[in-house]
Design a protein around this ligand. Structure first.
Ligand code: FAD
Length: 466
């Protein structure tokens, strides 16, 4: 007779592995994890760049130093990964004008003070909307209320660093009520640590995986319950069970399935559900946003940028919002390697993914010449990750747009019969983050455990405003 697994888990990123671990802890061990690529970790991925290991996906542990311990920070410390505190305090001294030269320190500082006041103001607007049960508005709409819409290159760059650099979408799109204040910072703390370790940030996923998957003497995962290069393209579900099909023609049967693929993948139709998911589910999935965040790494023969205390982060204020705005010099992280990191998001990311890297490099060299002079050396290497074009991701992480209520958000996570969902986009409070993916895996597994072990298969959506 054909084997029937208790649970098939689609995807071996942080959330899928975390869910599988929780299920194993509860004694549900007859599981099968199907992963489309040839590795675990998903959007936490290291890559060799000019002989060193860099993170093309997640790189920070965000939410450190607050009232509760971020579980990812705990793992990073147990694993003794090398991390660097990201200090933005001095960034106003490192503000470059479009045509070159630094802004006067006082001018940049005043712009930062104004932005700080504006951010305090919009926090209060958010509080007010919640207290008075008003509809949601965008971050931009809340800025308009103060008649302070960032519109000069300097103000737009500062605004970009405050919002787009975090959410990967502009304030025009992002939900005020659900993003300000952000649970990640209020629960776990305001600090962020940048991971730069040859073992890779993905070590945290291996750390969780090794709690329940068998390994050989060299520590490699050899567990037959984890299969690679298995692209799930069909999930059929009935009252009695599920059938999961992969692109290579394999068919797997199970009592339940847990889907951890990104919300971008769910929106793309890569996985065909039979019967179709119900309208309430489809509408919830398609309303949420998959944002795009692109970390471009560059290597140079020499350093032509300032180094030392307070220089790590610098920015370029261009009339086109988000045009190669935020820069990081990685001298501390990669001494002597002459690495720069520039980040783009959203439309710029999508534009850059579609052009040859040589064009992107030429644009970047133009920006660097504006900042540091015509005689600087050319980059010898450039790395442009393409998360948006990748059919197994379709972007970098989810962002909460205006127009999605808490109720609709909870519907993204809600199971449909025997089909369960997990992933960072299902995290109750931390969508978009590594800790969100980890905690979502635990929560989704708990939901499934209640059903399997206690027959409690009803998912009740928490009331609005809870
Ligand atoms: P994924 O990692 O996407 O895992 C899902 C898995 O499913 C993948 O392995 C995928 O290959 C697989 N899959 C997809 N489709 C199929 C299919 N049809 N069949 C089988 N398998 C499939 N978070 C932070 O906390 N700090 C940061 O600094 C940070 N920066 C980021 C920067 C970038 C560029 C990116 C991309 C992400 C960043 N994040 C950051 C977000 C963080 O990486 C994610 O929230 C988290 O890793 C998502 O985990 P997940 O398990 O939900 O999804």
């Amino acid at each position: 007779a054909e084997e029937v697994h208790a649970v098939v888990i689609v995807g071996a990123g942080m959330s899928g592995i975390s869910a599988a671990n929780k299920l194993s802890e509860a004694g549900i061990e007859n599981i099968l994890i199907l992963e489309a690529t040839n590795r675990i970790g998903g959007r936490i991925q290291k890559m060799n760049f000019a002989g060193l290991s860099v993170e093309i996906g997640a790189s920070w542990v965000e939410g450190v130093g607050g009232p509760r311990l971020n579980p990812i920070w705990d793992m990073v410390n147990r694993l003794k990964l090398t991390t660097f505190y990201s200090n933005y305090d001095n960034i106003s001294s490192n503000a470059y004008k479009q045509k070159g030269g630094l802004y006067e320190k006082s001018e940049a500082q005043n712009a930062f003070y104004a932005a700080q006041e504006l951010s305090e103001f919009i926090k209060n607007v958010s509080k007010y909307l919640k207290a008075h049960r008003q509809d949601d508005i965008s971050i931009l709409a809340s800025q308009r209320l103060k008649n302070q819409v960032p519109s000069t290159p300097l103000d737009m760059a500062i605004d970009y660093i405050a919002y787009d650099y975090e959410f990967s979408e502009p304030p025009r799109v992002t939900s005020l009520k659900n993003s300000i204040p952000l649970h990640t910072f209020s629960k776990f703390g305001e600090d962020a640590y940048f991971v730069a370790d040859p073992k890779g940030y993905e070590s945290v996923v291996y750390f969780v995986a090794k709690q329940f998957l068998t390994t050989n003497e060299s520590g490699e995962i050899t567990d037959p319950r984890l299969l690679f290069n298995k692209v799930v393209n069909e999930i059929s579900y009935t009252k009695n069970g599920v059938t999961v099909k992969t692109e290579d023609g394999s068919v797997y049967r199970a009592e339940y399935v847990m889907v951890s693929a990104s919300i971008g993948v769910l929106q793309s139709g890569l996985i065909n559900f039979k019967p179709d998911l119900p309208p309430w589910k489809i509408l919830a999935i398609y309303q949420f946003d998959m944002a795009v965040y692109t970390k471009i790494f560059l290597k140079f023969p020499d350093k032509f940028w300032p180094t030392g205390n307070g220089t790590e982060f610098f920015f370029y204020a261009h009339e086109k919002r988000g045009y190669y705005t935020i820069w990081q010099q990685l001298e501390e992280e990669y001494p002597g390697a002459n690495f720069l990191l520039v980040t783009v998001t959203d439309d710029e990311s999508r534009r850059i993914e579609q052009q040859p890297d040589s064009d992107t490099k030429a644009e970047i060299m133009g920006v660097l010449r504006a900042m540091f002079g015509k005689n600087i050396s050319e980059a010898t290497d450039v790395l442009v990750p393409r998360w948006w074009s990748d059919k197994f991701y379709r972007g970098s992480y989810s962002n909460w747009p205006i127009g999605v209520s808490r109720l609709e958000y909870d519907r993204i996570r809600a199971p449909v019969g025997r089909v369960y969902f997990t992933g960072e986009h299902t995290s109750e409070y931390f969508n978009g983050y590594v800790h969100g993916a980890y905690l979502a895996g635990i929560d989704s597994a708990k939901m499934l455990i209640r059903c399997v072990k206690h027959g409690d298969c009803c998912y009740s959506i928490p009331p609005e405003g809870s």
